[in-house]
Design a protein around this ligand. Sequence first.
Ligand code: COA
Length: 331
Amino acid sequence: MAALATPVLTRTPQLRPLNILSDLPAVADLIETCFAATLDSDGQRYVQQMRKAGSDNVFLRWATTAVETVSMPLSGYVWEEEGQIIGNVSLIPYRGGGRRIYLIANVAVRPDYRRRGIGRTLTVAAIQHARQRRAEEIWLHVRDDNPGAIALYLGLGFRERARRTSWQAAPDRGACLDGLGMSVGPRLPRDWNEQQVWLQRAYPDSLTWYQSMPWISLRPGLLPSFYRMFLDFETRHWTVHADSRLLAALTWQAGAGNTDRLWLAAPPQGSERAVTALLLYARRQLAWRQKLLLDYPGGEYAAAIEAAGFRAQRTLLWMELDETSAPESRR
Ligand SMILES: CC(C)(COP(=O)(O)OP(=O)(O)OC[C@H]1O[C@@H](n2cnc3c(N)ncnc32)[C@H](O)[C@@H]1OP(=O)(O)O)[C@@H](O)C(=O)NCCC(=O)NCCS
């Protein structure tokens, strides 16, 4: 990484830019230790990939040229004492609606070195790095059950902009909608206007730099079907109506490796039973798939989603740096 001297880098001898050619195995060990309590199978895969990448010379050569251009954690800072990596922060660049965005990730400090200001200094280094590269927005994600880290980020001027829950369920041939009094049907072309408005509410443009919305696949019509046929993964749409009024819509989008996404469109405080019915229906119809994932605003329809057999994997706060309340990171 081309290291421009930032104020915090200049005055902190233990802090240095990540050396992608040599640091990845030690950083992978640190992340595994620090996130042990919350590391799910995706997290374990991430750590394994980092270890593998650290010994792959072709990848490492490419990574040194791609640092600020691809949305991968190829740059960052480490805290080193007596040749050991004690702390880490990663930076991932994104583009969203023409805006240059940095995501701060993997903030981790070895347990026996905590509460000495290392996490704060690493995060300040990441902020200064992003500012020097003319970031228009600086974001991070933190679990809602991590009050220590949330306090750290609030103290540096980050503010909560969204809360998202990741839900997961296995398909189930026996999923039963009896007793809900809801019947699930196909999506009608006239449903699209409302579905689109509700999708934009649940998956707002301000967040889609992280995971883009497959708008072409979601839209009805001939052109989108051609697009899906040749370029995209298969999709299916289902709806629940009451007296020809749309209550909720659900789209299934097949994904790589049998991990599929669901896109739920429902109004604020709408029919809980309609949402449960759609999700149960999807579990039943998709019995040959392996895993269904749903990302949705935290707290919304939570009981309805749980009633359909989905489990919350995590709820993340999406925090953005509010430059008007971030004096410390300017020093
Ligand atoms: C979160 C973490 C990086 C903090 O590192 P750290 O070096 O201990 O943090 P600092 O000493 O710089 O703390 C700065 C401020 O953050 C807050 N803070 C940090 N840890 C805290 C805790 N456990 N409880 C309450 N507040 C805490 C405090 O306001 C603290 O200031 P203070 O010590 O003057 O009161 C570290 O606990 C860690 O590695 N945790 C596991 C991995 C993780 O959850 N990372 C965050 C991912 S989003």
